[in-house]
Design a protein around this ligand. Structure first.
Ligand code: AMP
Length: 380
């Protein structure tokens, strides 16, 4: 199945082929036709499936087919995302896929100056990619007009709810015209997501792609039993001893991420922490340094890691198990993508036994356990 058969315009196909995609991913195959038809969509897909192009390509085409030719552009597409990183990435995709189209877009998120965003909006844009909080700041300052939005996307809706954005979302929905096309993407479907979806989607087409890596193909998973106070030492030992070069480490809290990163640096392992309390500049820098190999270990919280465009990492480490078993799947999905093999290592102490059982129940498999000599736990 090729992109050519999906009914996309020559300008869009050209951008897609320059990006090097030879065929659509499953979510793209399923989502593009109904979106082109103008239907609402409920998409079950997580990062890494190609969902961004799955909604961006057909929306660009919808704009292209019904152009507004008079005067300054007006905001016709609103894409809401949970994090600044995801906003930046979606904006980049919009720019890439829309390279041969005349549309203007603005990306709106907090933690950076509001004035450049106001300038950009004032000049007129067709597409806005935003996190809810800052978008509402613009609404409050009357620097944005959402009254002509025709297309709304809620991306990673589950994450938005987890982050407490539900009230902001409802406020934003109330500002939009009633008649519009709505797309909602979520990796999971809790009752809360279903309620939200029922509230604003109109007879949506449901598309779902299998959660990647539920079976963890291509990923070898291992658990090292260790006492909690020796985890940091064990991590340094593994990184050094096994010569891991690019390691993404997950901690449960921001504070934990900072502390671990500092300790690794003291151990002589170059590390950076990335989480919601860091400035946008610091996060972008840490990610760039990690990608080019100047930082060997990136320590992240689940929320900060969501939407980060890093995958196919050789090593992902769970310094602490996540509270939500699904997050384990998200985390280890960062390794071993696209056929390359990866290793997901979890350092598990006795206090985490219940979390481990929940994860194994979700995966319907038992993860192999190993004790590293010298790090035998006192209890397990
Ligand atoms: P997403 O799930 O939207 O975050 O996309 C995950 C990654 O897949 C991104 O790096 C995209 O550039 C890439 N991608 C999206 N669509 C395709 C495709 N059809 N073929 C190959 N790679 C793709």
């Amino acid at each position: 199945m090729s992109f050519n058969s999906l009914g996309l315009s020559a300008e869009i196909l050209r951008a897609v082929s320059e990006k090097g995609y030879s065929e659509p991913t499953p979510i793209q195959l399923q989502a593009i036709p109904p979106i082109l038809e103008g239907r609402d969509l409920l998409g079950g897909a997580q990062t890494g499936t190609g969902k961004t192009a799955g909604f961006t390509l057909p929306l660009l085409q919808r704009l292209q087919l019904a152009p507004k030719t008079h005067g300054r552009p007006i905001i016709r597409v609103l894409i809401l995302v949970p994090t600044r990183e995801l906003a930046a990435q979606v904006a980049e995709s919009v720019a890439t896929y829309g390279k041969y189209l005349p549309f203007q877009s603005a990306v709106i998120f907090g933690g950076v100056g509001i004035n450049p965003q106001i300038d950009k909006l004032r000049r007129g844009v067709d597409i806005v990619i935003a996190t809810p909080g800052r978008l509402l700041d613009h609404v409050g300052q009357k620097t944005i007009d959402l009254s002509r939005v025709e297309f709304l996307v809620l991306d990673e809706a589950d994450r938005m709810l987890d982050m407490g954005f539900i009230r902001d979302i409802r406020k934003i929905l109330a500002l939009l015209p009633k008649k519009r096309q709505n797309l909602l993407f979520s990796a999971t479907f809790s009752d809360e997501i279903k309620t939200l979806a029922n509230g604003f989607l109109h007879s949506p087409q449901t598309v779902q792609v299998a959660r990647r890596n539920t079976t963890a193909e291509g990923i070898s998973q291992v658990i090292h039993r260790v006492d909690s106070k020796r985890k940091r030492e064990l991590l340094s030992f593994l990184i050094r001893g096994e010569k891991w070069q690019q390691v993404l480490v997950f901690t449960r809290t921001k504070h934990g991420a900072n502390r671990l990163s500092e300790q690794l640096n003291k151990d002589g392992i170059v590390s950076a922490a990335i989480h919601g309390n860091k400035s946008q500049g610091a996060r972008t820098r840490a990610l760039a340094d990690f990608k080019r190999g100047a930082v060997r270990v990136l320590v992240a919280t689940d929320i900060a890691a969501r939407g980060l465009d890093i995958d196919q990492l050789p090593h992902v480490v769970n310094f602490e198990l996540p509270n939500v078993p699904e997050d384990y799947v998200h985390r280890i999905g960062r390794t071993g993508r696209a056929g390359s093999s990866g290793v997901a290592v979890s350092l598990v102490c006795v206090e985490e036994n219940k979390l481990l059982r929940d994860i194994e129940n979700l995966l319907k498999t038992e993860i192999s356990k190993k004790v590293i000599p010298g790090f035998e736990p006192k209890s397990r």
